[in-house]
Design a protein around this ligand. Structure first.
Ligand code: NAD
Ligand code: MG
Length: 401
């Protein structure tokens, strides 16, 4: 089965894990899709390769200094090269039926928002957009009546499990978490976790930032905030269950006691195919789910004692206003510092918690009314978080040599 009319795609974050899985779906259904533009961050060779392979017309690299290299790498291919922050927005605005938002972090906010504001259908993997600037994003979705497709697996699963029901009428939306590499570790073991251990996710192969977010379980906190915006529900309607097999991705509990769930093997190509073909369905070669072979699905409640980052994120969600913006910015700085070997694993949650407390004390976490306001708060919090890191040890901070 394929889609009835060919769909033109723009891939923001084309060289990343989601970008490449998207290209794989496109290659499995070459009649269904055409790639108009690809955009990436800093890797010229990778971007040129995906641009040529996908037959894109336009390729944009964030790193402005690499324009000459990209142009050279694309020479003779017929793909137009562009570089710099503006070129990523330009890619987002190329004519397309669907823009796939798969940049990592708040770096994706501006181009993804530009596409939405232009009325483009966006399939969103880049959850940090909604954590940083959820209110302005959703206001634009409503005002412009644009389609925002949830590509993150849990949110795709909730969408499928809702089966057209209005999320506001249901009792609970539950997302699952694998629990990451440290699910069974003690608090002391987690405190001493190394970067290599944190980067080894048991079920998913993903970019480095989201892999660390999965190890701290901050990822689930970001996803709760993402769900709050996507489905327009209050925080008390949202829940998390740890499910180590990563087969059930989301569950919807209805007022009559029924629960529906969406299940698939842990392979992002499944939700990507669902979003790209919706409301039709694509034939994919994803591994089929065989519950008879898996035999056992288990569930447990998250342990906020061992995974404090999830608790910090839940608090930020309940506090609302600009707190999720603060949370996201501080987390990006903390993950970067951990990946650079400057702080220990447990310091990630400490730094984010401290940045949130400071924002509350300074009373400067109003809900951003516009994307520009959200990015201004993001900028301030990044600076503040860097200052916290440079000036004093975080309480109980582990020093990394
Ligand atoms: P990744 O690190 O593998 O890829 C990120 C992409 O963004 C790359 O193409 C990179 O070049 C590009 N990029 C980075 N900075 C940029 C910038 N300033 N401007 C333009 N492009 C830039 O990350 P990923 O794992 O593919 O994740 C992408 C997003 O999707 C994240 O928000 C993540 O949370 C979300 N997500 C990922 C998965 C997954 O399985 N990987 C699942 C669900 C959601
Ligand atoms: Mg997810």
């Amino acid at each position: 089965m394929a889609v009835t009319a060919q769909r033109r795609l723009v891939l923001l974050g084309a060289t990343g894990s989601i970008g490449r899985s998207t290209l794989d779906i496109v290659e499995q259904a070459p009649d269904a899709f055409a790639v108009e533009a690809v955009a990436g961050g800093y890797d010229v060779a990778a971007l040129a390769e995906v641009a040529i392979r996908s037959g894109a017309r336009f390729a944009a690299i964030r790193d402005e200094s690499r324009y000459g290299d990209l142009k050279a790498a694309l020479a003779g291919s017929g793909v137009e090269a562009a570089a710099g922050a503006k070129s990523i927005v330009e890619a987002a605005l190329r004519p397309a039926d669907i823009v796939v938002g798969a940049i990592s972090g708040a770096a994706g906010v501006e181009p993804t928002y530009a596409a939405l504001a232009e009325g483009r259908t966006v399939a969103l993997a880049n959850k940090e957009c909604l954590v940083c600037a959820g209110a302005p994003f959703m206001r634009t979705v409503a005002e412009r009546n644009v389609t925002l497709l949830p590509l993150d697996s849990e949110h795709d699963a909730l969408w499928q499990a809702l089966g057209g029901a209005d999320a506001k009428t249901v009792e609970k939306l539950i997302i699952t978490a694998s629990g990451g590499p440290f699910r069974t570790w003690t608090r002391a073991q987690i405190e001493a976790a190394t970067r290599e251990q944190a980067l080894r996710h048991p079920n998913w192969s993903m970019g480095r930032k989201i892999t660390i977010d999965s190890a701290t379980m901050m990822n689930k906190g970001l996803e709760l905030i993402e769900a709050r915006h996507l489905f327009g529900v209050a925080p008390d309607k949202l829940d998390v269950l740890v499910h180590p097999q990563s087969i059930v991705h989301g569950l919807v509990a209805f007022a009559d006691g029924s629960v529906t769930a969406s299940l698939y093997v842990p392979d992002m190509r499944v939700p990507i195919a669902h979003c790209l073909a919706w409301p039709e369905r694509l034939q994919t070669n994803a591994r089929r789910l065989d519950l008879g072979e898996i035999a056992t699905l288990t569930f447990e409640r998250p342990d906020l004692g061992r995974f404090p980052a999830l608790g910090v994120a839940m608090d930020a969600m309940r506090q609302g206003g600009g707190m999720p913006t603060v949370l996201n910015a501080a987390n990006e700085i903390a993950v970067e510092a951990f990946l650079d070997g400057r702080i220990g694993f447990s310091d990630i949650a400490r730094l984010v918690g401290q940045a949130c407390e400071e924002a509350l004390r300074a009373n400067d976490a109003r809900e951003p009314a516009t994307v520009e306001e959200a990015l201004a708060v993001d900028h301030i919090v990044r600076e503040r978080s860097r200052t916290i890191l440079a000036s004093k040890p975080l309480s109980g901070m582990v020093t990394v040599q």
